[in-house]
Design a protein. Sequence first.
Lengths: 291, 162, 818
Amino acid sequence: MKPAAFQYFAPASIEEALSVLRQYGEQAKILAGGQSLVPMMNFRLVRPKCLIDINRIASLSYIAAEGGTLCIGAATRQRSVEKSALVREKNGLLQEAVRLIGHPAIRARGTVGGSIVHADPTAELPTILAALDGEIRVLGPRGPRTIAWRDLFVTYFTTSIEPDEICTEVVLPTLPPQVGWAFEEFTPRHGDFSLAGVAAVLETDSQGKCSRARLAVAGAGPTPIRAFTAEEFLQGQILNETTLLEAGRRVSEQVDPDSDLHATAEYRRHLACVMAVRALKRARQRLHERG
Amino acid sequence: MNIAVQHLFPASPGQLWGFLLDPKRLARCLPGCETLEEVAPDRYIAVMKIGVAAVKGTYTGRVEITEKQAPFHYKLSLEGSAAPGFVRGHAAMDLIEQDLGRTLLSMNAEAQAGGLIASVGQRFLSGIARQMVGQFFRNVEQELNRAGASAVPSPVERGFRE
Amino acid sequence: MHSDSGAGAQSARKWIGKSIPRHEDLRLLTGRGCFVDDIKLPNLHHAAILRSPHAHARIKRIDVSKALALDGVLAVLTGKEVRERTRPFSVVATSPLQYYCMAVEKARFVGEPVAAVVARDRSIGEDALDLIEVEYELLPAVVDPEKALEAGAPVLHDEVGSNLVCHRLLRYGDVDGAFERADLVLSERFVYPRYTSMPLETFAVIASYDHFDGMLTIWSNFMGPFIMHPITARALNIPENKLRFIVPSDIGGSFGIKTSIYPYLTLLALLAMQVRVPVKWIEDRREHLLASSSQTDRIGYREVAVSKEGTLLAIRSRLYDNVGAYLRTPEPATTFRPIGNAVGPYRVKNIEIDAHIVTTNKCPTGPNRAYGCQYIYFEQERLMDEIARKLNLDPAEVRLRNFIQPDEFPYTTPTGGIYDSGDYPRAFRMALGMIGYASFREEQKKARAEGQLLGLGIATGVDPSVSNMGYLTVALDPEVRQRHDYLPKSGAAETATIKMGPLGQVTVFLTTTPQGQGHETIISQIVAEELGISPDDVTVVDECDTAKNAWSISSGTYSSRFASVGAAAVAVATRSLREKLCRIAGHLLGVPAEEVEFQLGKFHPRGRPEKALRLSHVAGTAHWNPRGLPPGTDVGLQVMQTFSFPRAEPPDQKDRVNSSNTYGFMVDIAVVEVDRETGAVKILKYVSVHDSGTIINPKILEGQIYGGAFHGIAGALFEQLAYDDQGQMLSASLMDYKCPTAAEAPKIEIGHVVSPSPFTPLGSKGAGESSSETAPACIANAIADALSPLGVSVKELPLTPAKCWELMRSRSQAKETI
């Protein structure tokens, strides 16, 4: 299929982009990597009157570490994150998750900001943002603002970004060496949207008891879900087979997945538990290796 | 697609019934409903913007209320088509009295989507359906709170008085 | 690569049997292939098709006025014009059902064309589609072939009165008697899914009408059988010699699917005849998944009668084939194509086939790789394993006890098939060796002790190639076939044209419309072998033009016919040319033709190599000096020769028919592990041993085997054309129709046994389908073996992780009566 007719702008600066956006409002869509947007336009599921191509705005593409955070320009290619030595050093979980996005061809064009604002609950990057309590920065006519992940994701494919705002930056904490982490997902084929995915982060105290646990689940509801009851349970526990399995069980209780052509809600719920346990085990393994 | 949901409302069955079957209120509660025009008793033509995020279509179609057993049961049927395809659904609505002047609304719906959205949008469908149902309930609850539940005279009670 | 040659003839050959690189690859890999989309014509316009969103609906009103008014739109066509201007397509079985290239009054499947637009470009065409208003009256739909036969089910075709469009009960041998004698009877209900092939190139058509001379030219990636040419001409009410089909040299895959392009050829032809400018349509992937073609889905009840030694005594098969909304020619081909090899490689003499062909509100079906064999081998091989389990025998032993033996060839099956050659036990034992069968059960025991779900599955099958055109008439009642006005169908033939220029260079013309199988390379090897030249000296022209080529209704490549009948035609044509050259040389040398030897490009009398003539001299004589030719010899060096199989007769009165002409054999064995937690299936080891007769190019053959096996694995584990119970198609993009990719491909070890066919000049047989027929059964058996400690029964595909997980949570058993 061919898309419906649209106007095309390729601004050279953010200000120019914002000005076009102000003009067209909800009838405009930002074109970054286009890996989600363009197929939907080709199917005519989405018919923006205007496409604002931000790929020429160089200032939106960077990876920088400042203090305890990793700041990534919204239009940074996923592939850059995948290959970045800085990301490998500062936040291995992000790099592990990015590697699971689609195929190399998709990552060559897809952007970090694009994936997050697309807000697909089965996608890796929104889940990482949730797991790490990350936030994004947006810019609009009312000035810049920061949106924390839990205020960002509203429901399926819907964020709280206003129609006249553009996401400019994604901010994540760095993960120091003493932190264990892992991302596990289950896909029908390599590169598919996952049926369930879990990002796990673990830290232990000097007695080997869990001092911090973070578990975020992809594909478990309308947005990425933080499994708070599982996290609370793990706090202060020794990380063994029993406690990890119990954490997994709590994850499956907290999620609320859908049924569709490929999997029932029940199967996804079960997978969430399995992926959670596998992610926790690998995170714990990493802890032991590095600690 | 089968959707079975329940929601507790701060109103008696009679009050809730009055709410749900009032076309003006129904128009405000049906998500994305732009207009709802009665063409015959219990039959309406609706214009609804259905979808999620940018995947939205403006659907024109019919809404029909049948199997009325005031104030405990009715059936809501919806049928509309637009460029992305069509949607069709029936929901069996049961109003079950609870204590403290509350009613449990139990909705059992069968929904079908067809056309483009069904053939390439399987990933979105469940989400859209659940979203709409959730939104519908939230809207009804908001309307109830706005009206102040006790202030709404229920048609059933009116009937008794007369 | 394991190999085990037959007669030793292979090693004496110079080109046949060699893995020379493919000639086609250079142009394909550098983007210089010639596909339909590459064809440029002046004033080319584009078609866009409006398709029904409903599975079953009466079309009450279509308003195209707004679409016509859109700038850039030339014409809009609806079912009304289609009915006025075309005849319904010929239907095989004697069914009154009417099938047009567009919905007429009623839409019967989601995706059926209901209108078509011609516009300046495709985007405007699609804008116009948005402006067409259609009023539908919805009708209830049915998608399950058994439900479609229940009382009260929605009937798709009022003129038929029921959804059963064809029914044949075929009985061979003494089935009832065998069941009475049996020590064990097993039965099961199997459900085989609807999947398809996913050619990289979708349907592509350009139609152009010259209204001065009434000539309609259609470029497309149609690949035969060319019976569709007269069928299209008849539908369009034009004489056959005013319809020109041109197929470019490259087609991006087909696997049988593009046989069913002809309704779109007809539609584009109508548009071109109306607007009188060339009209082009390239199908997009969504259209392809919705409304091109696929195999049927089948519900199969199979019963086997067995002796206590595990010998098959009889088979009963009751099947319901879902052909979709129309019985579209060549269907019910899928059902009847494997009649000749319905017993597979086993010696069972009694078989009953109760075939129901059913219409439902799904896309119409057509030929798809495996072409009827996949269902049979799935059901039968699953039951072979169940027989082993019930009788406490080794599953490999059960097969060995039932194989047709090597000294029984040519072997006539109870259904009339004539198996030409084979050594099933040898190929089977090679596969067992390759998979490490002897030590597997020990490994499995250890694995199970550790909680691992490890399993091994075997599947064997006979691989039929080159259809006998008569097989399809088994769909007709024998009484119909006996009527005096009935014209029987039979035959399996191919024609090759070879010509040699004055300097001795060779050009070959074929009408096999290759879709990536490497015909140019194979042909050049055969010709080089026969003439003692190099393959580089052979030019092969595989563009097919019905106005210029010598073609017949069986032309094309389908049913794995090329390596069998195509290669045979090339061989006999080349030998005929060689004979002519030797006659001319003999005449010039003053010796009888039989005493002429042709070696290394030179002709000389036997025993006198010094008295030699160069090829260019002999060829030159034929062109430049016809007076120097032997009396009675035609000028020039062009030979057109047909190769025809002798045993390709119509079915007899007892419905016996040799449905194919050469029959290969394959055995697939796989070791899998099922993840206990997720249900995911991992293929740990996969071996496939093939006997497709003489191997012309081992590398090309292995490509076919690998592709066929992976294709079958895709059907077993990943792919399904999914419909809901209202006929809504749910998997119309590659996101939801899950074709596995290279990342999912297992390593496949291939072995060969060579039993040359006595019926073909080179001994070669077709191998295009190969393991696509047995891989699904193999994987199903492996998973069933892996899950057997859980008492799980496998009778449906695909076995996605979700399905395996569900299976693990339930228990069921095959029915058993003793």
